[in-house]
Design a protein around this ligand. Structure first.
Ligand code: ATP
Ligand code: MG
Length: 253
C-alpha cells in the first residue's frame, strides 16, 4: 500500500490542474466511434461522437437501454478504449495513455462508479468507504473526512452516510444489504475522496424517489463545489437538474 501511495503522489498532491495545465479542464470527445462484434458481425454502438463535457458542470448522458451510455462512460473514464477517436481532459489526450497511467489517474482524482457497483464483500459498508479514502485521493487532504477510532460522526463520511440513509448500516456487510443500499453505499464510496471528476453509471436507477432526490442533491452539490460530474440516467428528474444533456441515439447500421 505504501509503495502504491508513493507512486501516486504526483497526482494526489498536485491535483488535476497541475497535471493537465491551467487550461480549461473540459472533457473533449473527438469523433468517438465504438464497434463491437456479435456472432462474427461487427456493429457500431457509438457512431462518431463530437462534444465537450464542460468542466465543473453536471452532465447527464441519456438514451434508451442499449444505446451506448455505459460504453461511452467507460471510454470517458478510460476503462475502455474507443475503436476510433480521441478523448481529451483539457489539453491532455487520455486515449494516448497506457493502462498503468490511466489507472493512477482514476485512483488519484477521479471517482468512478460502474453500472454493477459492487462492494468488497469481506468489509463492512463503513470499511468499504474508509478503504476507498485510503487508496484513493485520501492521504492528508481527506483525513478530516474520516472518523477516528472513537468518533464515527465526523466529516464527509458521516455526512454522506446520513444523506443517503446509511448511517444505521455502516457496520453491516454487503451480503446483508439490499441492492438499493449497496448502490447508495457505492455512491458514498465514490464521493468520499471528493473527486475532481465524478463519473457514475446510472446512480439513480432502482432507487425510490426520496433517494433519487438525495443522490441528485449530492451530485449537484459536488458540481457546485467545482467537481465535474458526469452520469448516465433515464431519470427525468436528473435531466431537469442537468447543466448539460448528451442524448444518445441508436446508430443506423
Ligand atoms: N463487450 C461487449 N461486446 C459486445 N457488445 C457489447 C459489449 N458491451 C456492450 N455491448 C452492446 O453494446 C450496446 C450498448 O451497450 P451499453 O451497455 O453501452 O448500453 P446502455 O445504453 O448503457 O444500456 P442500459 O441503459 O441498459 O445500461 C448494447 O447493444 C450491448 O449489447
Ligand atoms: Mg448502461
Amino acid at each position: 500500500m505504501e509503495k502504491y501511495r508513493k507512486n501516486n503522489n504526483v497526482y494526489k498532491s498536485e491535483g488535476l490542474r497541475f497535471y493537465f495545465g491551467e487550461v480549461s479542464m473540459d472533457i473533449r470527445l473527438d469523433a468517438i466511434i465504438k464497434k463491437y462484434k456479435r456472432d462474427k458481425r461487427e456493429f457500431t454502438v457509438l457512431g462518431g461522437i463530437n462534444t465537450t463535457l464542460p468542466h465543473g458542470k453536471f452532465t447527464v448522458i441519456s438514451g434508451d437501454s442499449g444505446v451506448g451510455k455505459s460504453t461511452l462512460l467507460n471510454i470517458v473514464a478510460g476503462l475502455s478504449r474507443p475503436t476510433e477517436g480521441k478523448v481529451y481532459y483539457g489539453e491532455k489526450e487520455i486515449t494516448a495513455l497506457g493502462d498503468e497511467e490511466l489507472s493512477k489517474l482514476r485512483t488519484g482524482f477521479m471517482g468512478v462508479m460502474t453500472q454493477n457497483c459492487e462492494l468488497i464483500p469481506y468489509l463492512t459498508l463503513g470499511e468499504n468507504l474508509k478503504l476507498a479514502c485510503d487508496i484513493g485521493s485520501g492521504e492528508e487532504k481527506h483525513k478530516k473526512d474520516l472518523p477516528d477510532d472513537n468518533d464515527d460522526s465526523a466529516g464527509l463520511f458521516a455526512e454522506l452516510l446520513a444523506a443517503l440513509g446509511l448511517t444505521h448500516l455502516k457496520n453491516e456487510y454487503p451480503s446483508s444489504l439490499s441492492s438499493g443500499e449497496i448502490k447508495r453505499a457505492a455512491i458514498a464510496r465514490t464521493l468520499i475522496t471528493r473527486p475532481e471528476l465524478v463519473i457514475m453509471d446510472e446512480p439513480t436507477a432502482n432507487l425510490d424517489r426520496k433517494n433519487v432526490r438525495a443522490v441528485l442533491d449530492l451530485l449537484k452539490r459536488f458540481s457546485k463545489n467545482g467537481s465535474t460530474v458526469i452520469i448516465s440516467s433515464h431519470e427525468q428528474e436528473a435531466l431537469r437538474e442537468a447543466d448539460y444533456n448528451l442524448a444518445l441515439e441508436f446508430c443506423a447500421d
